[in-house]
Design a protein around this ligand. Structure first.
Ligand code: 6PG
Length: 252
């Protein structure tokens, strides 16, 4: 169930300042891992987040041997395909920090997309024993200009999915068409969810999501963690149409 928790919006002068604070948030949350033995579980989106997060986490890498690394969504392509989110994180970050390989959950792209989703769902259930819905410590989500997040797109039937924790999509409006995605129950179960959006191309959709109540809310507007924190990290360009209260971050 989406929570009523209000979003905490932080606005940064530009991408580098936002990135530095995002990395600080990751390290901070990593120190509060709630899994077995203090395991820290996080799941990431793709797109522009990959380079931003990789660059910033590598500025001052800290131990991450007790991390569980997963994906909020993934394209069904081989890791060597430039469209592969896992492949991009492997090249830019995972090959440079010490998360044990068995703690990095990537998809089996060789399976048909429905089976790949079921297989990923199984991997998540194994990683979160006893939890019908995996509760991640931290999810980092991007935002599409149409209001999609992960691979949940406007007016798509997947928005109504409440049983599966991972679902397949074969008609993604954002290429490539075949993807797997966490569903809203998982996104809304997390302890902390942070949306990252940069650039004025996102300004109008962010205004719609954060400052209008709609009959048919956009996918990103449906991410309201039931018991968790909801954070939005924006640069000034992405936040320029907002009129409500925000937390302005000056240059560090
Ligand atoms: C993906 C992402 C997707 C992305 C948004 C924003 O794999 O495509 O998970 O949800 O986060 O489309 O992408 P940009 O940050 O590149 O605009």
């Amino acid at each position: 169930m989406p929570g009523s928790g209000r979003a905490q919006v932080s606005v940064f002068p530009s991408g580098p300042e936002l990135g530095a604070s995002l990395a600080a948030l990751v390290w901070q949350e990593a120190g509060r891992g709630t899994g077995p033995g203090g395991r820290f579980s996080l799941a990431l989106s793709g797109g522009s987040l990959v380079t931003l997060l990789s660059r910033e986490l590598l500025r001052a890498p800290e131990p991450c041997r007790d991390w569980l690394w997963a994906y909020c969504d993934e394209r069904r392509v081989p890791p060597e395909d430039p469209e592969s989110t896992h492949g991009q994180y492997l090249a830019q970050l995972l090959s440079k920090i010490s998360i044990p390989e068995k703690q990095v959950l990537s998809i089996d792209h060789t399976l048909p997309v429905e089976e790949a989703a079921a297989d990923y769902s199984k991997k998540l259930k194994e990683a979160f024993p006893g939890q019908d819905i995996p509760v991640f410590d931290l999810l980092i989500l991007g935002l599409g200009p149409d209001g999609h997040t992960a691979s949940l797109f406007p007016d798509h039937p997947l928005l109504q999915e409440t049983q599966k924790i991972v679902a397949a999509i074969s008609d993604s409006p954002k290429p490539p068409p075949e993807r797997i995605t966490m569903t809203l129950p998982v996104l809304n179960a997390a302890r902390t969810v942070v949306f990252v959006a940069i650039g004025e191309g996102k300004a109008s959709i962010i205004k719609r999501i954060l400052e209008t109540e709609e009959e048919n809310p956009l996918p990103a507007a449906r991410v309201r963690p039931g018991h968790g924190k909801l954070l939005w990290f924006l640069d000034e360009a992405a936040a320029k149409e907002l009129t409500g209260p925000v937390e302005q971050h000056s240059v560090l």
